[in-house]
Design a binder for this molecule. Structure first.
Ligand SMILES: Nc1ncnc2c1ncn2[C@@H]1O[C@H](COP(=O)(O)OP(=O)(O)OP(=O)(O)O)[C@@H](O)[C@H]1O
Ligand SMILES: [Zn+2]
Length: 600
């Protein structure tokens, strides 16, 4: 079992109660308070402890004779190599991210161990079976990519609250507390034109003898005041849009006093540090005024700098980090106020920022049950009965749980077939780094890649490399492809390999001179790769779901198949195939048409 979270807890319980006797569990996380409502193997006293270990102990209490081996570790660690995977009859995933799922898929393919994959998002869920050579692998079909927004909407013309959240979280928060060098579209030049040296200085750098309060006020004026003023100077942008209003510190606090209620009394590194609490703002569902938001902004900024010194420079937004959520809520609301967008409460903002679709324990329980059903079929080698099963939010055709027959492997899948990929690129302009970052890591999802041109090794990643090797590969990365010691040009065939994932693919290089900057901003095109499908643009968060966006990676039931010929193919509903293994249970509900519930 990989993952001992929402699905994992249900799964472990169902497995042991179904008679499974030898189980290994990997989970890298520790238990959080927010897990307790549905991850029922965990209790308050377990907060902070390993999920894998606590889940194991909890189950052993009611099934003491079962063998369970917990690993508090990342499944991507090198100890979980192909040999490790080979010891199992079946691997069951209860993960929550694409990256780990792809990694496990590759190790299962390499070790020849069947994989049962699962996921839930609110009322939606699915269980899929992946057996090498028999059914499609996890990566045979494109997966919906998380929603992205055009950069200019985020940086210049937000029209929805979610745009302000993305700005506050991905641009401002990162600039202030994360990797300052990360390229980002916040205007970072100084607004203070008094000296030419200050004009070129990065606004986000602390100035000489500047304390956190002065720094905070300067940043506030820059991002909510000066940047908006600058944007307003471009008349064309606002011809058909409402003009934003610059907000300076003095506009919100004409008396220059911020009421801070003693954040000094809060102990350093205290896990429960909260700016809103120290300001007396208690209810996270209240919508704060502009002044309250600005006060929280300063308070959270001050507390982040004073209580998280060591993390500054590497912080990333985490929805479970109270201060980070407060800061992002306040910053997003101030920006929203500037652009005439309705303000939101911390609770709503947190949901949007954390892409939270509230988990439904029942969905997890149903999915866990279905995983065990498929696991039993896999162990019995009952290939004909394998089903991909989907929980539907809005029962269509009176079906709540929809089983469909699995597809055969996609013959052009670069992961489970040996189909070579083609990379259109300009080898006289692009660097090796472009291939490593934009293709091998970002698109192919390799962890520790190696790139070979014939027998010559152009690049390798790993912890065990000698210093001179690292230096050599670093130099190669910066080289134009055609200028590498072993030049890469049109017609070159590269071999790209990840030894840990035991995934190897050939990449045919095709020279292409020009790229459309809008359509191919990366300056390259990878053919033969199943590109994630972006969620439709009009699928904006609605108020019905608290402005929370649905980014289910898993809710596609009818899938556009990248089969040769490019035709869309519908998955076959297995009830249509008249499968005798399923019993149809009919029931009547009052005043309703006849409904069918398919029981497996
Ligand atoms: N690479 C990985 N290696 C090991 N475990 C992983 C890895 N990636 C994710 N997980 C685990 O998968 C589980 C997924 O569970 P779930 O979707 O319920 O998420 P959660 O973190 O418990 O809850 P939530 O995200 O809703 O707060 C988590 O316990 C997480 O630690
Ligand atoms: Zn595949």
């Amino acid at each position: 079992m990989v993952g001992a979270g929402g699905i994992g807890c249900e799964l472990l319980k169902t497995l042991v109660l179904s008679g499974f006797k030898d189980i290994h569990i990997i989970d890298m996380d520790t238990i959080e308070v927010s897990n307790l409502n549905r991850q029922f193997l965990f209790r308050q006293s377990h907060v902070g402890k390993s999920k894998a270990k606590v889940a194991c102990d909890a189950v052993l209490r009611f099934r003491p004779h079962v063998s369970i081996v917990p690993y508090h570790a990342n499944v991507k660690d090198s100890q979980f190599n192909v040999d490790f995977f080979r010891q199992f009859h079946v691997v069951l995933n209860g993960l929550d991210n694409l990256d780990a799922r792809r990694h496990v898929n590759r190790l299962c393919l390499a070790s020849g161990v069947p994989l049962i994959e699962s996921g839930t998002t609110g009322f939606l869920g699915q269980v899929t079976v992946h057996v090498k050579g028999k059914t499609e692998c996890y990566e045979c079909q494109p997966k919906p990519a998380p929603k992205t927004y055009p950069v200019c909407t985020i940086t210049s013309t937000p029209s929805k609250f979610v745009h302000c959240i993305v700005w506050a979280k991905d641009l401002l928060f990162t600039k202030l507390f994360g990797d300052k060098n990360q390229e980002n579209d916040l205007n970072v030049r100084s607004s203070d034109a008094s000296s030419s040296s200050q004009q070129t200085e990065n606004v986000f750098d602390f100035r000489n003898k500047e304390d956190n309060t002065c720094y905070g006020r300067r940043i506030f004026d820059h991002v909510f005041g000066y940047n908006i003023d600058r944007a307003l100077s471009n008349e064309d942008t606002w011809k058909n849009r409402n003009k934003p209003r610059p907000i300076y510190f003095k506009d919100v606090f004409p008396d220059e006093i911020i009421h801070q209620n003693g954040n000094q009394s809060i102990g350093k590194n205290s896990g429960s540090v909260s700016g809103m609490a120290s300001l007396g703002l208690k209810n996270p569902q209240d919508v704060w005024s502009l002044r309250e938001n600005a006060t929280v902004f300063f308070e959270a900024l001050e507390l982040l700098f004073s209580t998280r010194e060591k993390e500054i420079g590497s912080l990333t937004f985490d929805k479970d980090d109270q201060l980070a959520v407060e800061f992002v809520t306040a910053a997003a609301n101030i920006r929203a106020s500037s652009f005439g967008i309705p303000l939101h409460s911390l609770f709503e903002a947190k949901g949007i920022a954390g892409n939270i679709v509230h988990a439904v324990a029942t969905t997890n329980a149903i999915i866990a049950g279905l995983i065990v059903i498929e696991a039993i079929k896999v162990l019995q080698n009952d290939i004909k009965s394998y089903r991909m099963t989907y929980c539907l939010e809005h029962p269509s055709r009176n079906i709540l749980v929809m089983p469909v027959e699995p597809f055969e492997p996609n013959k052009s899948c670069y992961v489970c077939s040996e189909m070579p990929l083609t990379l259109e690129i300009n080898p006289y302009r692009s660097k090796l780094k472009d291939i490593v970052d934009k293709v091998v890591k970002a698109k192919l999802g390799m962890n520790l890649p190696m790139i070979m041109h014939g027998s010559s090794l152009l690049y390798e990643a790993g912890d065990d490399l000698a210093e001179d090797e690292v230096a050599h590969y670093e130099t190669n990365l910066e080289k134009i492809l055609s200028e590498l010691p072993c030049p890469v040009i049109g017609g070159t065939i590269l071999t790209v390999e990840d030894l840990q994932q035991e995934l190897k693919c050939s990449v045919n290089i095709k020279h292409r001179e020009e790229f459309d900057e809008e359509k191919e901003p990366d300056g390259l095109i990878l053919l033969g790769w199943t590109q994630p499908v972006a969620a439709p643009v009009d699928e904006q968060p609605s108020h019905e779901n608290n402005g929370v966006k649905m980014t289910s990676a898993d809710d596609d039931v009818i899938v556009a198949s990248p089969q040769p010929g490019g035709k869309k193919k519908k998955r076959k509903l297995s009830d249509e195939s008249g499968d005798p293994n399923e019993t149809k249970l009919k029931r009547r509900t009052e005043g309703d048409d006849e409904e069918e519930v398919i029981m497996l």
